[in-house]
Ligand binder design. Structure first.
Ligand SMILES: [Zn+2]
Ligand SMILES: [Zn+2]
Length: 214
């Protein structure tokens, strides 16, 4: 969840979204940005209906054309154009075709490679969230300049065809050179304390409930 001051912008609706929101309380979701449509990033979608009721409004979601197509197939009942319908999530789809504005914040989509799929990371001010990536296209590096905080995937020690390994993520973090990099999408194979102790002071393994202020 990115709190910009005037909006709460959620990135992906993870499978465990219900448990996450029971632990970490938010009363609004102003928009959802989707990185891609893999099950672990979308299957919490149904929980948006609670926020529709609390907010009494349709929630805008943003995704690439391809991701939106998958969302429309999986959650065919959730897309709403006009009136709020009870008992289901009510979302309005917006296809991303370049940087866009949510309230006072510019959202910059960052093309990333996730195996043979092209997905999006997102930059909001000096923060960027790049999950599920195993290589960064050359043209995306300029979009990641001057970051205070970068979130980047580091799955495990062994190489993986769709995600950076820890060593690959460390190399990328050094290249991108954010003031602080948090590694996410971490497998249970990595031991938090052990592997954290290998990292220098500009890098850390992220964890549920981690809060960072910029
Ligand atoms: Zn994925
Ligand atoms: Zn994933």
């Amino acid at each position: 969840m990115v709190e910009t001051g005037d909006n709460n912008i959620l990135i992906d609706t993870s499978m465990d979204m219900r448990q996450q929101f029971l632990s970490y309380r938010f009363s609004r979701i102003d928009a959802v940005l989707y990185t891609h449509a893999h099950a672990d990033h979308i299957f919490g979608m149904d929980e948006l209906r609670r926020f529709n009721i609390i907010q009494n409004e349709i929630i805008p979601v943003y995704a690439s054309g391809q991701t939106m197509e998958y969302l429309k197939r999986t959650f065919y009942y959730a897309f709403t154009e006009n009136e709020l319908r009870p008992g289901i999530p009510n979302i309005r789809g917006n296809i991303i075709d370049g940087p866009f504005q949510i309230g006072s914040s510019e959202i910059i989509p960052i093309p990333l490679n996730h195996g043979d799929e092209r997905i999006y990371g997102f930059r909001i001010g000096a923060f960027a969230y790049c999950t599920d990536v195993n290589s960064i296209p050359e043209e995306s590096y300029p979009l990641l300049k001057g970051l205070k905080v970068l979130v980047l995937t580091a799955l495990r020690e062994r190489k993986h065809p769709k995600h950076f390994s820890l060593n690959e993520a460390i190399t990328e973090a050094k290249k991108i050179n954010a003031e602080m990099t948090y590694f996410n999408h971490v497998s249970h194979i990595l031991d938090h304390d052990t592997h954290n102790s290998y990292l220098d002071e500009t890098m850390e393994l992220a964890y549920d409930g981690l809060t960072v202020s910029i």
